[in-house]
Design a protein around this ligand. Structure first.
Ligand code: FE2
Ligand code: FE2
Length: 221
């Protein structure tokens, strides 16, 4: 199905069957997200649900646990209800320190902060979902399959416009390209965007870029 007649994209359809506990968890997280975000940030709320569904479908396609992908998608932008100043304050409270002025990296903090405080509220999900949430803004050189699914789903969920960089990643997902290639493409388009728009590039992002680029080069050579 991927692109319909109007060119609107959705992740490859997948049948998911959840156990009772899993279904209950997803319902509870969605209800909590709604109470937390729907009124304050309606578009962010829709985006979160859309990331969750995209991540779930991609998870099925790539043999990752769909419930964990969905749960991480629902919660990944939890701290986006806070203002930029509040996000920085929360990062400081929680000891999130990227080694540079937090004002410069404010847009990157919300995943790391959510991953530090949400496990207290939700002790059930395994640690790997908090890691995927933690890594959804910056990425990492050693991403798990779940990390990659959540990272990519965040960038290509259907509510995002089908601009060239996003289109390319969507096509890769539709073609079932290796997840490492899909993640790499999504990641470097993110880096390119920062450079093209002449924004501050966090040095940690450059380190990840270099590590991945060298690794990929070594495989090719
Ligand atoms: Fe985010
Ligand atoms: Fe997001």
């Amino acid at each position: 199905m991927p692109f319909d007649r109007e060119g609107k994209w959705s992740a490859p359809t997948a049948k998911v069957s959840y156990g009772k506990g899993e279904r209950k968890l997803v319902e509870r997280l969605e209800a909590d997200l709604r109470a937390h975000m729907e009124a304050a940030k309606p578009r962010r709320y829709q985006h979160s649900l859309s990331v969750a569904l995209t991540a779930e479908r991609m998870a099925v396609a790539y043999g990752v646990d769909p419930c964990q992908a969905r749960a991480a998608g629902i919660l990944h932008d939890w701290d986006k209800v806070l203002s930029p100043t509040e996000q920085i304050a929360r990062a400081q409270e929680l000891g999130v320190d990227l080694g540079v002025d937090p004002m410069l990296v404010q847009p990157l903090l919300h995943g790391m902060t959510a991953a530090r405080h949400l496990p207290e509220r939700y002790p059930e999900p395994p640690d790997r979902i908090w890691q995927a949430i933690d890594r959804h803004t910056i990425g990492h050189a050693d991403m798990t399959q779940l990390d990659m699914v959540v990272f990519v789903a965040d960038g290509i969920e259907p509510l995002r416009r089908d601009v060239a960089a996003i289109h390319e990643v969507r096509v890769l997902v539709d073609e079932h390209a290796p997840l490492e290639d899909v993640y790499w493409t999504s990641f470097y388009h993110g880096v390119s965007y920062v450079i093209d728009t002449e924004r501050y590039l966090y040095p940690g992002t450059l380190d990840i870029y270099n590590e991945l680029a060298l690794r990929r080069r070594a495989v090719k050579d």
